[in-house]
Design a protein around this ligand. Sequence first.
Ligand SMILES: Cc1cc2nc3c(=O)[nH]c(=O)nc-3n(C[C@H](O)[C@H](O)[C@H](O)COP(=O)(O)OP(=O)(O)OC[C@H]3O[C@@H](n4cnc5c(N)ncnc54)[C@H](O)[C@@H]3O)c2cc1C
Length: 459
Amino acid sequence: MTISHWLDTAEDDPTPREPLDGSRDVDVVIVGAGFTGLWTAREVLRRDPSRSVLLCEANTAGFGASGRNGAWLSAGIAVSPPELVRRTSPAIARDTILAMRDTVDAVIDACHTDGIDAQVRTGGMLRIARGPQELPAMRAGYDEFAALDLADDIHLLSAPETADRVRVHGALGALYDPHATAVHPGRLVRGLARAVETAGATIVEHTPVTQVLPASPGSRARVVTPTGQVTADAVIVACEAWVSQLPDRRRDVLPLYSLIVLTEPIEDEVWEQIGWEGHELLSSHRYTVDYLSRTVDGRVLFGGRGAPYHFGSRIDPSYDQHRVTHDLLRDQLRTWFPALAGVGFASAWGGPLAMPRDWMPTFHLDPATRIGGAYGYTGQGVGTSNLAGRVLADLIIDGSTPFQDLPMVGHRARRWEPEPLRWLGARYLQRSLARLDARTARTGTPASSRSLAERLLRH
Ligand SMILES: Cc1cc2nc3c(=O)[nH]c(=O)nc-3n(C[C@H](O)[C@H](O)[C@H](O)COP(=O)(O)OP(=O)(O)OC[C@H]3O[C@@H](n4cnc5c(N)ncnc54)[C@H](O)[C@@H]3O)c2cc1C
């Protein structure tokens, strides 16, 4: 079983790099070679090419969510604009959204600079109202940006305007946001790995970090692996869902599985019925989260978050496949596009993402312990990881960052509940939200926002 279509088509030599062999002493050691680790390495070396940077990767570069995702490079973070305002201020909420918009451009620029052909398709995104029950959420999405004076290039599209772009069954309108781009994540992550090596970083693969030890007076921070230790001036933890598998960190983030199905290439006549020439990223306003993208080679990717949370925050390769959820995704895709009723599916995969207790990602470096990291993107890390890499490079090199006021910088979410509460809570939410989506779709009536599940989920 391969990990994902993206890694299969990354056009990069998959031969694993050598593992760590013996002990090393470097300036920066990074745990995990996904987008976060690689952007951090890139930005450190761009700022100071003389630094020694080593990435320890448990598997191979891109093995995690970075090599498996839904191809959305977007300006979104999991915390909504009103909640950002509530937790910070209108000015900081605005700065955060603007920084994320710049980040989409920063990733595209980096692809040009580093010669990475990530099949960038800048079509923006459409959040489609697939029935009357979704119209209030669609309009609220616009109002949230307008309240911060950030809606100049965001548009509410009518049903015919939406159909001019893409013909989705039952679409009554859409919220169009240009700050989003489809990418080939496999090419991006594997290309980045080559680029940071060219810039001077070393990546060791099949080298799982088993302990992260803080600096103390007289000793530097270090990481322990089965084949050697690495001491460093800064240790950066960049392993997203797998943060929860490190010693004493089980409750830092909740690993949740997102799953994906991908069609075979679609015939031109069928594409003519669907439209979608602009390669916009698509989603609806459902609580259970769906995301679609159109690949450069004419397939449709459909992803969603229905797979169950596993007791004890377990992560296991077998969880990448969940027949019930994958079948559901195939069925749902056919409801979006009845023209795809007869289409074949080429592959199905999935992977864990990391959800912090308060939905806010963290970018931090403790000046005393010299341990830092960035994680907790809740399925929105393709763009955010680039901003994280730039912030971490600032903190490593200067000890401060111009992004200091952004709510993720220096943030530490409170820990998740111990088991069995975590399992009970996660499963309750997953079931309640699925039921809520089914009921609102059936009745055409929007959710009340008053149910316990909705209140618990407010972010
Ligand atoms: C199915 C799916 C769809 C998604 N879709 C989108 C999307 O469309 N848009 C979006 O913005 N985000 C999406 N996300 C989230 C996004 O992919 C992630 O937020 C992002 O890739 C995180 O990058 P990362 O480098 O922090 O973590 P990862 O890419 O998960 O990398 C972590 C790395 O750490 C390694 N590792 C783990 N433990 C250790 C250890 N002990 N020692 C050494 N190495 C270790 C892993 O092998 C892995 O390679 C999706 C996630 C999933 C799972």
